[in-house]
Write a protein that binds this ligand. Sequence first.
Ligand code: ADP
Ligand code: MG
Length: 225
Amino acid sequence: MIQLNDLQFTYAQSGFQLAIEALEVAVGEKVAVVGPSGSGKTTLLNLISGICVPDRGSVQVAGRQVEAMSDATRRSFRVQTIGSIFQQFELVEYLTVRDNILLPYWINRSLVLDHAVRERVSELAASTGIEDKLHRRVTRLSQGEQQRVAICRALLTRPHLILADEPTGNLDPRNKKRILQLLFDQCAEGEITLVAVTHDVNILDGFDRTIDFEQFRIEENGGGA
Ligand code: ADP
Ligand code: MG
């Protein structure tokens, strides 16, 4: 599903540099990415999804060269192929739960919002236990509930790949287990590949493999500590 080769990326502003010689994730694999804060885990997800473009090397996702696409192609490829769960959820505060889950359809003309999609919103909401909150504004939900909205939104487009950034970061231990199990179940059901960033070593059991970020050569130039 993912193949990175000879990858190099630098943030011009901070000088932070990420270099990855080779990284592969198989179709259907559930991979945890661990490493200290600031080591470049979020940047890695952004390179895989094409939000960041490498200075050098290749990023292959689902057999396509992401770094070689035009901006427009990359955007629509991302929407069609990848579901992202962002570290801070990135929910739209003034929208309801339902409209936040539907957000990919509101902002991408390449997606067609039909009856089946609306049905799927209800199904996902039910399977994540937020079906009674669909008409509520997201600001009136707990952190755990907001996290579930973010998961529903990522799953709605039936992506082949889910990129989850600290999906249990803001949750208490009980909710952590539940949310993660939910994510695993959904991935198994849809044969979805999952790459989840975490610095929580207590949740690694359910993954097929752990990639430790310490193994990558990471340099910091001029950005200070
Ligand atoms: P992690 O997710 O592992 O905590 P990040 O990938 O967010 O790490 O960040 C890696 C490094 O890159 C950090 O030093 C951070 O300050 C820097 N960084 C992140 N985003 C940007 C940006 N947009 N511009 C410049 N530097 C950035
Ligand atoms: Mg991060």
